[in-house]
Design a protein around this ligand. Structure first.
Ligand SMILES: *Cc1c(COP(=O)(O)O)cnc(C)c1O
Length: 389
């Protein structure tokens, strides 16, 4: 039996231990030390971001954004618009802070928020729009930003999958009022768990620092701007340890190499699977001219039954392919906010399958995955049928 091909394998640049050793030497393990500063400034430079605040996850960055965007209306009266096809945190971080989620359909090509359906979802209670950059391809930010401006609504980019990707030359996460990054093991740039809040509006920086520091003005105190710090607002503990910042610094410095490897894997998959798309067995992810970070390689098959059988076929050959996102609007929690119909989400959620995708995936492994998918459909590599022998 061939060696197993995992769905994901966290990539190490080789410099992680060196930076972690520096933290041990510094004898400062808690947050906001030398390594946190270095990695935050590096991200600000790399992405042309006004202010990057490290957090313990993208979920916690989204929660900070939810607190920053909240009005003083009672719970349930602020609304947040989110795509129905996304990770639970895009909605839940807001629900936890008293918002009512309003789910909008996605575009069938990018699976990003369908900007043509956005305006109809806006009400006088709308506070925030959360575009999710699915698979590291930018949502239609120009349209989304202009609709948001017209209605006086904030935009919080869920750029968990979009680190290092761009939209019209601008880094994802730096276009909305706020942006949220994830450095979870499954993302492009990792620290095991981790995230960042990108604060693009200067008037939000001071309050963001306070919310991140348990509702205190400790950040100003540490900069020597005040002589004692105290409780001034709501907040929580969102700082990651210096150990995670050290790990992240090594990853960010290796971002170009990581991106190149992912591009190679993605392109090889797409080329090799093109014949199967041509004969109509499956649909491949959209190919954009530039700006993607090649976060994911997902295919669309014709039905849930086919997907279930294909997963089993691959699993029997030690290949791990996974699906994700039970639609939020039909989930038990989502239904508490009412029933809506989102035709594209409902159409694709049962048919989408993610293939193994990580920088160290070898050409041989990619070819093996592709060959097995071909065998599943009973076709040769060129898409032609193989007669049963
Ligand atoms: C991974 C992911 C998150 C959550 O990231 P964490 O860092 O694990 O909290 C949120 N939104 C999207 C779209 C994601 O893919």
């Amino acid at each position: 039996m061939d060696a197993p091909i995992p769905f994901n394998r966290p990539f190490l640049t080789g410099k992680e231990l060196g930076y972690i050793a520096q933290v041990l030497e510094n004898r400062k393990l808690s947050g906001d030390g030398e390594l946190t500063k270095r990695v935050s400034r590096l991200m600000e430079t790399m992405f042309s971001a006004r202010r990057v605040l490290l957090t313990t996850s993208c979920t916690s960055a989204l929660e900070m954004a939810a607190v920053l965007a909240r009005s003083d209306r009672p719970d349930g009266e602020d609304e947040v618009i989110v795509p129905g096809y996304t990770f639970v945190s895009s909605a839940n971080a807001f629900v936890l802070h008293g918002y009512r989620p309003v789910f909008v359909d996605v575009r069938s090509d990018t699976l990003n928020l369908d900007e043509t359906k956005l305006e109809a979802a806006i009400t006088p209670r709308t506070r925030v729009i959360v575009p999710v950059h699915y698979a590291g391809i930018g949502a239609e930010m120009d349209t989304i930003m202009s609709i948001a401006a017209r209605h006086g609504v904030m935009v919080v980019e869920d750029a968990a999958q979009g680190v290092g990707a761009t939209y019209k030359g601008r880094a994802l996460g730096t276009i909305g009022d706020l942006g949220c990054y994830s450095f979870h093991d499954t993302k492009n740039i990792i620290s095991g768990e981790g995230g960042a809040l990108v604060v693009n509006r200067p008037d939000l920086v001071a309050r963001a620092e306070i919310i991140r520091e348990k509702g205190t003005d400790r950040s100003r105190f540490l900069r020597g701007e005040i002589d004692k710090y105290t409780w001034v607002d709501v907040g929580a503990s969102h700082l990651p340890s210096e150990l995670l910042a050290a790990f992240l610094l090594a990853q960010l410095e290796g971002m170009d190499a990581i991106q190149q490897r992912r591009a190679h894997v993605w392109t090889r998959y797409r080329r090799a699977l093109a014949p199967l798309e041509k004969v109509g067995h499956l649909r491949l992810p959209i190919e954009v001219a530039s700006g993607t970070n090649y976060h994911m390689f997902q295919i669309l098959v014709d039905s849930l039954a086919t997907r279930t059988r294909l997963i089993a076929h691959l699993k029997a050959r030690s290949i791990s392919a996974v699906f994700h996102y039970v639609p939020l609007h039909t989930s038990p929690m989502g239904l508490r906010f009412g029933r809506v119909s989102l035709p594209v989400v409902e159409d694709i959620a049962d048919r989408l399958l993610r293939l193994p995708m990580f920088p160290e995936l070898s050409d041989e492994q990619i070819d093996r995955v592709v060959a097995e998918i071909g065998l599943f459909y009973g076709t040769g590599a060129d898409g032609t049928a193989i007669s049963a022998s």
